[in-house]
Design a protein around this ligand. Structure first.
Ligand code: HEM
Length: 413
């Protein structure tokens, strides 16, 4: 039964909602209280069930045969979905990465690179990640005392880490940063820079085609060489699958982590007692990073599609219905978290869904946590205090993102 005003449906699909943190959480709090599995019909979009409770997202995501990924993965307007189908000659996705796959296909493709993202392999890269973190804080202190923490620091560091894993040359940094920001910022007029998602995808393809060709001729020990030279069912990986893999890694590994770094620092500035506690006790850094991911929830959603009729919290889901998993909402769920609107760096337990759940749970989770830990250890050791030097601004996106501007004044330790 529909209990809420229709304007909520439009607000959920509107990227502007996510550019206003207060509004976003006000909406989700109302939905969790009044209609936690809400049939949503935004104008110009195909309808879906909006799943806002922590327990319900887990119930859906753990049943990967009943709720699949491939038919619909992100919230796009009907007009844009049609444009993609036309451009892709009937295929529903511009990019078919792990989040657009199911079953054996998903397992096979995930296993291709999985070892690179497991703790053992990430630990081997720790020294180089630590050097990149140190370099970020060197840059910050050299640029200070006033700078934009998001644009000058947070957006570069995770990009450099993912380039390290992929094995991409440092000289390509600026080009990749521009493409990634256009890829995620498509609905925000300030970060759009005249491109759109299709243009950004084409730019990515042109870039990674060159890398693939080079790595087939001269393979090296990195993830780009692994993808370029991989075999699926005894045949070389296809062009669509290869560029999709590169794009999924480059894009997923970057904006999510920079959004957490900037949003995490803002939270520490807004809670100076937590900054002081962290400085006094660096052993709290790992727990603080988890709290930052919960607090920021940079991934706003992924979809699942039901393969059978199913009852979820009393709502009758039909086979073929789509369900939007609202991670920021799950991460403020009053039934899961004690004082969910308090930022506590030592929150324990902290079973947030910032990295998703189940078979599709974030492949780069350990890498993301490791790099954020190095960055914040470096910050608390070398910075005495941060204060806001202007108004922070959030990117308008219904998919992935966080701050797009964080002006700060830094006092070195
Ligand atoms: C703080 C940073 C990050 C956050 C918050 C985050 C969040 C997420 C979320 C919510 C999902 C979807 C999970 C689901 O469907 O249940 C996901 C999937 C994924 N993430 Fe991350 N991520 C982060 C960093 C990274 C990094 C550094 C990489 C490295 C390349 C990465 C690679 C991926 C990939 C490949 C997937 C698809 C997995 C699949 O469908 O099997 N992510 N991430």
């Amino acid at each position: 039964m529909q209990t809420l005003d229709r304007s909520i449906d439009d607000a959920i699909a509107d990227p502007k909602t996510y550019g206003d943190q207060g509004r976003q959480h006000e909406l989700f709090t109302q939905l969790r209280a009044e209609d936690p599995v809400h049939w949503t019909e935004p104008q110009g979009y195909r309808p879906f069930w909006l799943v806002t409770k922590h327990a319900d997202i887990i119930e859906v995501e753990k049943q990967q045969d009943l709720f699949i990924n491939a038919p619909r993965s992100k919230l796009f307007s009907i007009e844009f979905e049609q444009e993609i189908k036309q451009l892709m000659q009937g295929r529903p996705h511009l990019v078919k990465g792990l989040p657009q796959m199911d079953g054996l296909e998903h397992k096979t493709y995930r296993q291709l690179t999985q070892a690179w993202f497991q703790p053992k392999q990430v630990r081997q890269l720790e020294e180089r990640i630590a050097t990149l973190a140190k370099r970020s804080v060197d840059d910050l202190l050299a640029r200070g005392p006033e700078l934009d923490f998001y644009n000058d620091v947070a957006s570069w560091f995770p990009l450099r880490v993912i380039m390290l894993i992929l094995g991409l040359p440092a000289s390509d940094e600026e080009r990749l940063l521009r493409i990634t920001q256009a890829y995620f910022g498509g609905s925000d007029p300030e970060v759009q820079r005249g491109s759109d998602l299709i243009r950004a995808t084409q730019d990515y393809i042109a870039y990674f085609d060159g890398i693939s060709e080079e790595r087939r001729r001269n393979p090296t020990d990195d993830v780009a060489s692994l993808i370029a030279n991989s075999q699926i069912d005894g045949k070389p990986i296809g062009h669509y699958e290869a560029y999709s893999y590169y794009i999924a890694l480059a894009s997923a590994g970057h904006d999510t982590t920079s959004a957490t770094a900037a949003g995490g620092l803002l939270a520490l500035m807004q809670h100076p007692e937590e900054w002081a506690r962290l400085k006094a006790n660096p052993a709290l850094v790992p727990a603080a990073i988890d709290e930052m991911v919960r607090w920021v929830s940079p991934v706003k959603h992924f979809f699942r599609t039901a393969t059978q009729d199913y009852t979820l919290r009393g709502k009758q889901i039909r086979a073929g219905d789509h369900l939007l998993m609202a991670y920021p909402s799950a991460n403020r769920d009053e039934e899961m978290f004690d004082s969910p609107f308090s930022f506590r760096i030592d929150r324990n337990p902290n079973r947030h869904l910032g990295f998703g759940y189940g078979a599709h749970a974030c492949l780069g989770m350990f890498l993301a946590k490791t790099e954020l830990q190095y960055l914040f250890r470096e910050l608390i050791a070398r910075v005495d205090s941060f204060e806001l030097a202007g108004q922070p601004a959030w990117v308008q996106t219904s998919f992935v993102g966080g701050l797009k501007r964080l002006p700060v004044r830094v006092r070195a330790a």
